[in-house]
Design a protein around this ligand. Structure first.
Ligand code: HDE
Length: 698
């Protein structure tokens, strides 16, 4: 950087102290700086002025172009899902699925299809934070050889509403309030709960939103769902209904609420950074794609409507068939050009996949194309590199703002007979390989008068919320009850909590009572249900905790050291963590590091004050008796241990570190261990049974 400080910016390159382009350093570049018209720039430091102290000249096209372009750098952010992070990768199919679908990407075992995947929060703006309680978007663009297929889903298998008509109301209610522009991200405010409590159909999704699913540990540890019922269609024209699932290789992992709140202070970019860093390290995030397959007969026999996006099909009833894996192995080169400009659209499907009549999906088919035009400003947004299909695109669509293609010849209409005259005639439709909409055999049942109604079974708003509730562990239920309590405690409109709890009484009396008790209000009357809920068989697959598999793979362990920490023990510990697939992260009072027991200097990855234990999945404290004496007076060290304990994490410590452990109020349990061979096993999970010791849950 030395050259940077000596780079003279006071005179233009035409001036007396003519500045050569340095050979190396930040100003060297690969070549010469130019304007957008390709004209070489002689001076990128000084605008053109009339005399040394005179006014700047309008003539300075270099300055004007630079500022003009800068002024227009922002484009409208997404109205929902504005904050997101994305990565490139591939999808690899396990076996031929030709019997189910003719979709080209599912035909040849082992074949890889490039993908671009964007994860997002829903409510916050692009500059908001990663960790509010919120649904996460999970949007996948498959660049198949027969065109782009976008599977634009969420990390929850159901949605708040049944009909597209309600979407603007939902979004207005959940986003920052119209007059005051807060809260920036998150649903814990008046307008959201006012709306939600008046919309019983949202109850099922609310139970998910209040669960640990909405405070994920990482994008790498969320599930993805297509939500709606879709169709697969094979070469014979046979259709099978399908629900799409993404199953994370690392399993589902979430934070606890207090941790999520503190993460907002510790690292606003917690999930974004985690995705980026794991790909940079070569620890590639991975999911398996799964199908739940069923036919019309099954659909007709269920106590819910498969076209209703507030309903799921329990995996115990229709198992998820795993058909391939998706690996994200490359970070974007440019956030704006790729992550911001990527334009997903559920209407982008390929031959072999088709829609159902789900009324929410039907609305989405219109919405996304429309949104892209307003966000990206031109009907030619599909030509941007991140959106462009990786197969030929040939048609007679022409012109429009920012047209990038340069079509040759006169053929911009069809039919034409130009080829007969030796001219380019252009492409033609292909009845054989072209996309055919599935001709619904049972279509007549689903057609009829033009009505603004919903099918009868859509009126059951509570059975599946009850199913979800009953499928959770006692600890997860306590989290759900506590989240409802927390969110409703932020609501100032008096009538709203009672109305919401009146709805919850249809889900489970115990849940309703816990929330009322948590708020300290009397149990309100039960609201009438449009259709009496039924009891469904609990589905263990819906619980995170019932499916946890302890593993250190992909997890981060914070190790607190200071001067005098045992060098050999540190080496053994970091070695064991790496061997188990985890990442050690060394925290010390000073970023420069600490002088270990053998006299060597150990650099720190993070300074104690800036690396609270929320950032880690487990922690180890490796301190000398001398260092402990000092750190007993350091709030950040005590809080480090206290939070790790409160966030149900494993804590390993050497005997000399015990006074700090004691001062942090740590009580012994299976997760409180020595810094020895057993530590990596202990660090591979969280200790949910510790929770009653550290907080009062509803
Ligand atoms: Fe979206 N949604 N949505 N949505 N959605 C958008 O499209 C919309 C819905 C989802 O990473 C917007 O490009 C309507 C369900 C994701 O770029 C917009 C309706 C599900 C993303 C839009 C829904 C989703 C979006 C905003 C009801 C889960 C982010 C910017 C009929 C299955 C994609 C944009 C990305 C984005 C409209 C309902 C998921 C405004 C009208 C249900 C993951 O077009």
């Amino acid at each position: 950087m030395a050259q940077d400080t000596t780079f003279d910016t006071t005179r233009g390159n035409g001036g007396e102290t003519h500045q050569q382009i340095p050979e190396k350093g930040p100003h060297s570049g690969e070549g010469h700086l130019t304007t957008n018209q390709g004209i070489r720039v002689s001076d990128n430091q000084n605008s053109l002025r009339s005399g040394e102290r005179g006014p700047t000249l309008l003539e300075d096209f270099v300055l004007r172009e630079k500022i003009f372009h800068f002024d227009h750098e922002r484009i409208p952010e997404r109205i929902v899902h504005a904050r997101g992070s994305a990565a490139h990768g591939y999808f690899e199919v396990y076996e031929s699925l030709a019997d189910l679908t003719k979709a080209d990407l599912f035909q040849r075992p082992g074949e890889k299809t490039p993908v671009f995947v964007r994860f997002s929060t829903v409510a916050g703006g692009a500059g908001s934070v990663d960790t509010p309680r919120d649904v996460r978007g999970f949007a996948v663009k498959f660049y198949t050889q027969e065109g782009n297929w976008d599977l634009v889903g969420n990390n929850i298998p159901v949605f708040f509403i049944q009909d597209a008509m309600k979407f603007p109301d939902l979004v207005h209610a959940v986003k920052m309030e119209a007059d005051r522009a807060f809260p920036q991200a998150g649903s814990a405010h008046d307008t959201f709960w006012d709306w939600a409590s008046l919309m019983p159909e949202s109850t099922h999704m609310l139970t998910w939103a209040m669960s640990d699913r909405t405070i994920p540990r990482s994008f790498r540890t969320i599930e993805g769902f297509g939500v709606h019922t879709f169709r697969l269609v094979n070469a014979e024209g046979k259709s099978t209904f399908v629900k799409f699932h993404w199953k994370p290789k690392l399993g589902l992992q979430s934070t606890v609420w207090d941790e999520a709140l503190k993460l907002q202070a510790a690292d606003n970019d917690f999930l974004r950074r985690d995705l980026w860093e794991s790909i940079e390290k070569g620890v590639f995030p991975e999911w398996e794609l799964g199908f739940q397959l069923f036919d019309q007969e099954f659909a007709d026999a269920q106590p819910y409507d498969v076209l209703d996006p507030t309903k799921l099909i329990p995996e115990e009833v229709i198992p998820v068939k795993l058909v391939g894996r998706m690996v994200l192995d490359r970070n974007p080169d440019n956030f704006f050009a790729e992550t911001e400009q990527v334009a997903y659209c559920p209407a982008n499907i390929v031959p072999g996949v088709d829609f159902s009549n789900d009324p929410l999906l039907q609305g989405r088919l219109f919405s996304y194309l429309d949104t892209q035009k307003s966000r990206l400003g031109t009907a030619n947004f599909h030509q941007l590199p991140i959106n462009a299909p990786k197969c030929p695109v040939m048609n007679f669509q022409r012109d429009g703002q920012m047209q990038m293609a340069v079509p040759k010849g006169r053929a911009n209409y069809e039919p034409n007979s130009l080829a007969a005259h030796g001219e380019e005639g252009g492409p033609r439709e292909c009845p054989v390989t072209g996309f055919h909409t599935f001709e619904n055999q049972a279509g007549n049942q689903e057609q009829g008068d033009k009505l603004r109604v919903r099918a009868e079974l859509f009126a059951d708003h509570y059975s599946q919320a009850r199913l979800f509730w009953k499928s959770q562990t006692a600890n997860e239920q306590a989290h759900i009850a506590s989240s409802f309590t927390f969110e409703l405690s932020k609501v100032k409109l008096e009538q709203v909590p009672a109305r919401m709890i009146g709805n919850l009484r249809n889900v489970d009396e115990g849940l309703a009572k816990r929330v009322a008790d948590g708020l300290g209000i009397p149990l309100p009357k039960k609201n009438a249900a449009a259709r009496e809920p039924i009891d469904m068989e609990p589905s263990p697959a819906l619980s995170i905790q019932k499916n946890l598999e302890p593993a250190l793979e992909g997890r981060k362990v914070g190790i607190l050291i200071a001067d005098g920490s045992d060098a050999a023990a540190l080496k053994t510990l970091t070695g064991a963590i790496i061997k188990a697939g985890g990442t050690p992260f060394i925290v010390a009072p000073k970023i420069g590091g600490a002088k270990l027991s053998d006299g060597t200097m150990q650099k720190a990855d993070g300074q104690l004050a800036g690396s609270p234990s929320q950032l880690f999945d487990a922690v180890a404290v490796l301190l000398s008796a001398e260092a402990v004496k000092l750190l007993l007076k350091e709030g950040a060290a005590i809080q480090w241990v206290m939070d790790a304990f409160g966030h149900l994490k494993a804590i390993g410590f050497n005997p000399d570190a015990k006074p700090l452990i004691d001062k942090a109020g740590v009580e012994p349990d299976a997760g409180i261990v020595g810094v020895d061979a057993k530590f990596t096993d202990a660090a591979a999970k969280r200790y949910f049974d510790r929770e009653p010791k550290v907080r009062m849950l509803a």
